[in-house]
Design a protein around this ligand. Structure first.
Ligand SMILES: Nc1ncnc2c1ncn2[C@@H]1O[C@H](COP(=O)(O)OP(=O)(O)O)[C@@H](O)[C@H]1O
Ligand SMILES: [Mg+2]
Length: 356
C-alpha cells in the first residue's frame, strides 16, 4: 500500500493570486477575485492528504521564472490564478503552462479568455442554442439603445466576476438611470458595460466536474429574498452575508421539468465553452420559468470554510463530496485528461510531449 502511494506521489504546484486587501466596489476590485490563505491552504492540505507533494507559486510577475526553475519537478499545476491584469488575465497562467509544456488543471486559455468576456460568452451560447438574456454592449453611455431591449435592465461590467460592480443601482427602470449606470461602470472599471434584460425568475448556480461524462453537482438556488441589501440581484454586498444554513440553498419545489432544463442548460454551456475539469454556471429563469445562462465561471471559488459562499464547494458537499475529495477529483480529472494517471511521472510525460 505504502509503495503504491509512493509511486503515485506527484509534485503539484498550486498557482494562485493571493488576496491581500478586502475589496469593495471600484477599489482594489481585482483582489476581490483573488484567493485568501484559507483557500490556498485548504487546497494544499487536500492534495497533501492524497499523498502528493505541493509547492506554492504565486502568479505574480516572477511566476514564469519560478515555474521554469521548478519545472523539472512539477508534475502538474493546480491552477486557481485569476491573473494580474488585462482583458485576458485568467488565461495568462494556462497560456504560459501551455508554452512550457506543463500539464495543469482546469480550462485552457481560450475558454478562460472568452468566459472573462460575458458578451463573447453569450455569442457562443446563442450560437449553440443556449438561452441567455437579450443584451447590448455599451462602449459609451451615449450609445444608441437597441429598440427591442425592454426595461427593466441590468447594467454590469463586461469582464468582472464576484459581483464586482453589481449593486442595488444596477437594475434600471428607465433610460436616464441606464445611461447613468453605464457611465459609472465604464468610468470605474475602464471597460464596456454589458446591459441585459433583467430576469425576475428564480436564480440557480450549477457546478460541473469532470470531462468525458461530466458530473453535474446538485443544483444550488440563490434565494435573493433573504437579503436586505438587494432582493433583485446577487450584489457584492449580498455575497459577503454569512449563511451557515447549508439547506437554505437547496431548491424547494423544483419540478422535474425545470430541474432537467437547468441541468441541460448548464451541461450544454460547459460543452459549448469547452470547459475542462470543473466550472460553475450561473443561471436565472425568465418570467416563463425558462432557465437563461448568465455567465460561466471556469475558476469557481473554492473556499473550504462553510461560512464563505463558495457555491461549488457547497454543491459538491451536497453531492456527497467532501472538500478534500472534491479537490482531488479536479486534480484526477486533469491527470486523466493528460493521460498521466497510471503512476507515470507527469514531467516525463511532458518531456515526451516536448520531444515530439
Ligand atoms: N440578466 C440578469 N437578470 C437578472 N439578474 C441578473 C442578470 N445578470 C446578473 N444578474 C444578477 O447579478 C448577479 C451577478 O451577475 P453575474 O452575471 O453572475 O456576474 P458575476 O460575474 O459578478 O457573478 C447574478 O448572480 C444575478 O443575481
Ligand atoms: Mg455570477
Amino acid at each position: 500500500m505504502k509503495r503504491e502511494n509512493a509511486k503515485k506521489q506527484l509534485c503539484v504546484a498550486l498557482v494562485f493570486n493571493l488576496q491581500r486587501a478586502h475589496a469593495t466596489h471600484g477599489r482594489n476590485y481585482l483582489e476581490t477575485e483573488y484567493d485568501s490563505e484559507d483557500v490556498i491552504l485548504g487546497i494544499k492540505d487536500a492534495l497533501e492528504l492524497s499523498g502528493h507533494k505541493v509547492i506554492l507559486i504565486e502568479a505574480n510577475r516572477n511566476a514564469v521564472e519560478n515555474i521554469k526553475t521548478n519545472s523539472k519537478n512539477i508534475d502538474i499545476v493546480f491552477n486557481i490564478a485569476e491573473g494580474l491584469r488585462g482583458e485576458a488575465r485568467e488565461s495568462h497562467v494556462p497560456c504560459m503552462l501551455e508554452m512550457l509544456g506543463i500539464p495543469y488543471t482546469g480550462s485552457g486559455p481560450i475558454t478562460m479568455a472568452i468566459t472573462l468576456d460575458k458578451a463573447r460568452t453569450k455569442e457562443i451560447l446563442l450560437q449553440h442554442g443556449v438561452k441567455t438574456p437579450e443584451y447590448q454592449v455599451f462602449n459609451s453611455a451615449n450609445d444608441r439603445i437597441r429598440q427591442d431591449l425592454r426595461f427593466p435592465l441590468i447594467v454590469k461590467p463586461i469582464a468582472e466576476g464576484s459581483s464586482i460592480g453589481i449593486s442595488a443601482e444596477s437594475v434600471v427602470q428607465n433610460e436616464t438611470a441606464l445611461r447613468q449606470q453605464a457611465d459609472s461602470i465604464i468610468r470605474t472599471y475602464r471597460q464596456p458595460a454589458l446591459v441585459e434584460r433583467f430576469l425576475t425568475g428564480r436564480e440557480f448556480t450549477v457546478g460541473i466536474l469532470g470531462n468525458e461524462n461530466p458530473r453535474i453537482l446538485p443544483i444550488i438556488e440563490i434565494c435573493l429574498d433573504k437579503y436586505e441589501h438587494s432582493k433583485l440581484a446577487f450584489t457584492l454586498e449580498n455575497k459577503f452575508i454569512v449563511d451557515k444554513d447549508e439547506n437554505s440553498c437547496v431548491p424547494k419545489n423544483l419540478s422535474l421539468k425545470l430541474r432537467n432544463r437547468i441541468r441541460e442548460a448548464a451541461l450544454q454551456t460547459y460543452k459549448a465553452l469547452n470547459c475542462r475539469d470543473f466550472s460553475r454556471i450561473d443561471i436565472r429563469c425568465d418570467e416563463n420559468n425558462i432557465p437563461n445562462v448568465l455567465e460561466v465561471n471556469p475558476l469557481p471559488g473554492l473556499n473550504p470554510k462553510i461560512e464563505y459562499i463558495s457555491y461549488f464547494v457547497k454543491a459538491a458537499r451536497l453531492g456527497g463530496l467532501g472538500y478534500n475529495e472534491m479537490v482531488n477529483e479536479v486534480l484526477n480529472a486533469a491527470l486523466k485528461r493528460h493521460g498521466i494517471d497510471a503512476g507515470m511521472r507527469a514531467h516525463e510525460f511532458a518531456k515526451e510531449v516536448q520531444a515530439e
